[in-house]
Ligand binder design. Structure first.
Ligand code: ZN
Length: 321
């Protein structure tokens, strides 16, 4: 039996083909089309699936099941992405479940938002296959996939877990990309860390080696200067403070045993991002403190989660293999 996992991201679309043990036999990747319409993105998805199948020597029509981890927002009932926030406006609707079912000749196509595919992958590959865990991504945005009592929380339309839009700062110092003020992701995502640093510096223009006025000023500049520049240390500490507060809210809401963290900001700076958060959480969390770990799956967490979903009926529960 063969299974397919698909990761539809704003930058790349990738697919893997695996066997019944989740061993990857073929994979393919290409840039996500920027248009002209959503159909072009659907074609790219079908294209990488065909390529991955060819590499694995598998006829697509014999695939048993597929999982998809996708950018949102999703319309789960229709099996589509609807008006994706991170692609050009001309891309309004990306059909996924229907075309994949047709190509693979199976009704077993499980569609998830990317963080839910992430938690399914983390759960599937974790030592004890825990029922209660959270996958948190800190990358161009902040979001979570949550499994509680063995149920991966999707919400009626598939969009549960948008924790990056929780309000953390009632003063609303920073405006979020969604238009509201004070949201977690407005302070801590890779795109917003340099904006936040610039605003902090405008409030208190201390001496710094950081190129705060340079249009190319990036989160990487901030993390690279940490340890050598007092202002960079201050920004890193502020970001850690908001991350700890957001994570404390998530822990209190869902009582996970493990929180696995991924996304480029965390993967590139694990000590600077996670160590101070672990330290602060012990003071901030009132219930049992979960293990806070960096994902072992790197930037393949979504596509491996999508494959794990295909193998386990959309759950990541290894007892269903
Ligand atoms: Zn927001």
């Amino acid at each position: 039996m063969h299974y397919v996992g698909v990761d539809l991201g704003a930058t790349n679309v990738r697919a893997v083909v695996g066997d019944g043990d989740a061993t990857i036999l073929g994979s393919a990747k290409r840039p996500t089309p920027r248009g002209p319409t959503g159909i072009a993105v659907t074609e790219a998805v079908l294209g990488v699936v065909r390529e991955a199948c060819a590499e694995a020597g598998v006829d697509p029509a014999t695939v048993a099941a597929a999982g998809v981890g996708s950018i949102g927002p999703l319309d789960l009932a229709a099996g589509v992405v609807e008006n994706p926030a991170n692609l050009p406006d001309a891309i309004d609707r990306i059909p996924l479940t229907g075309p994949l079912s047709e190509l693979l000749d199976t009704d077993e196509v499980h569609l998830h938002n990317d963080t839910n595919a992430g938690v399914i992958g983390e759960r599937f590959h974790a030592d004890r296959n825990p029922d209660d865990m959270v996958y948190l991504t800190i990358s161009s945005g902040v979001g979570a996939g949550v499994s509680v009592d063995g149920n991966v929380l999707a919400g009626w339309d598939g969009n549960a877990g948008e924790v990056g839009h929780m309000t953390l700062d009632p003063h609303g110092f920073m405006r979020c990309g969604c238009g509201s003020d004070g949201h977690w992701e407005a302070y801590c995502s890779g795109n917003n860390i340099p904006r936040y640093a610039r605003e902090l510096h405008a409030e208190d223009p201390v001496e710094t080696s950081l190129p705060v006025d340079d249009p190319d000023f990036s989160a990487k500049d901030v993390f690279d200067a940490a340890g050598d520049d007092d202002f960079a240390d201050h920004v890193v500490a502020q970001v850690a403070h908001w991350n700890a507060m957001g994570l404390a809210n998530v822990i209190h809401a869902y009582a996970p045993l493990v929180v696995s963290v991924g996304g480029a900001v965390a993967l590139n700076n694990p000590e600077l991002v996670l160590d101070p958060v672990r330290e602060q959480l012990s003071e901030m969390v009132f219930i049992n403190l979960p293990e806070i770990k960096l994902t072992d799956l790197g930037d393949e967490v979504v596509v491996k989660g999508a494959l794990a979903s295909a193998l386990t009926g959309g759950t990541g529960d290894r007892s269903r293999l």
